[in-house]
Write a protein that binds this ligand. Structure first.
Ligand code: GLY
Length: 383
């Protein structure tokens, strides 16, 4: 059985969160290995990359809002530093977001959200339908008004992933291509993993960042199993004309028939339309029904989308958690940390997650911002 030299940190999962944690931990002087059969894959390869802590705010999720805002304010610098380190762009765009209402019920609901924003002191401006169409002339004539949120922006998650892989490699993070087959526990402490290729990768600290599969790792003690589940999202990619000015200038979103709908226009002409929210286990089939619903709802919002080439359909799995918030920091098993369960906010929360977990790995202390997201809030029984 092969044994390799033990790094300070082993990250299980080379998706957006695992790679960013690894990069930041390496910057703190730690030696780091990331274990994944396909580094740079995962849910972020499918995600639209809307950075929307304010327009995605749900009642009762204020702690998550504060974490989201803390990440959002880091984003521009995070991307600038990452682009510099990787020698690649990340597609970060400070566009702002319009959340619009299509009927009287939507308008009343958005009005309540606006009042909630105001109580929390968030930048969110109510605009009329006419003002919304002035900002975005392609919006349907029936749009009744909505919210202009100047600080909810966007990034291109595929570029971000490529940049993270490059930055990790340049910084000396070892990207080990294999799956984790079993968590190794020695003397009541996490000691690393056995890989799918039979190696024992030991490490001083292990970070579980395997998204919606984080609870499936054999060897995890029952009382540290993270309560994550896959939540399927289907998403479309279209191509916008660029010849006569932008088709859309900023993110546009709405709640249509109870579902979150958003359109994210990129500078290169890609238009991402998402997303369904489905509890279908690990199924990632793109269905006719999913595509139909997205196109139907997007057409109500922006009728001109039906003229655009449809260039890609895909489906990914969000790592859902019982309270829609991530699990961040030490678990009840010494030596094992969690960075998982980011649900709808994985791309948004990547910079803050990486900073908080790297801080804990380097110092042993849990930053105050991470405390509300301790994995122990779901503990079944004390160890
Ligand atoms: N944050 C958007 C989504 O999960 O669909």
């Amino acid at each position: 059985m092969a044994r390799t030299e033990a790094p300070d940190v082993l990250v299980i999962g080379g998706g957006i969160v695992g790679l960013a944690v690894a990069w930041r931990a390496r910057q703190r002087g730690l030696s780091v290995t990331v274990l994944d059969p396909d580094h740079g894959g995962g849910a972020a390869r499918v995600a639209a990359g809307m950075l929307a802590p304010v327009t995605e705010l749900q009642y009762g999720e204020e702690p998550l809002l504060h974490l989201g805002i803390a990440s959002n304010v880091r984003y521009a610098d995070f991307c600038a530093e990452l682009s510099e380190a990787a020698g690649q762009d990340t597609g970060y765009r400070a566009t702002g977001t319009l959340a619009v209402a299509l009927d009287a019920d939507d308008k009343a609901e958005l009005g309540e959200l606006h009042a909630f924003h105001q109580r929390l002191g968030l930048a969110s401006e109510w605009i009329t339908g006419r003002e919304a169409r002035k900002l975005e002339p392609m919006l349907a004539p029936g749009v009744r008004g909505g919210l202009h949120v100047a600080d909810d922006h966007q990034v291109n998650p595929r570029l971000l992933l490529t940049a993270l892989v490059a930055a990790c490699e340049k910084a000396g993070v070892v990207l080990h291509r294999a799956a984790a087959a079993e968590l190794l526990v020695e003397g009541d402490r996490a000691a690393g993993v056995r890989t799918s290729t039979g190696e024992h990768l030991t490490a001083g600290q292990t970070v579980l960042a395997a998204g919606p599969r984080s609870h499936l790792l054999p060897g995890l003690p029952a009382d540290v199993l993270p309560p994550v589940r896959p939540v399927k999202g289907q998403i479309l990619r279209l191509r916008m004309p660029t010849a006569h000015g932008p088709f859309l200038n900023r993110n546009v979103r709405a709640v249509v028939r109870g579902g979150h709908l958003y359109l994210v226009p990129r500078a290169d002409g890609e238009l991402v339309i998402g997303a369904t929210t489905e509890e279908q286990g690990y199924d990632t089939t793109v269905t006719a029904g999913g595509v139909y619903e997205l196109l139907r709802d997007a057409h109500e919002l922006v009728p001109g989308i039906t003229e655009l080439p449809l260039v890609e359909t895909s489906a990914g799995l969000r790592p859902g958690s019982p309270d829609n918030a991530p699990l961040l920091g030490p678990t009840a098993l010494p030596g094992l940390l969690a960075a998982t369960g980011h649900y709808r906010n994985g791309v948004l929360l990547t910079p803050v997650t990486a900073d908080l977990i790297a801080e804990t790995l380097a110092t042993g202390a849990v930053p105050a911002l991470a405390a509300p997201f301790s994995p122990s809030r779901f503990a079944r029984s004390p160890r």
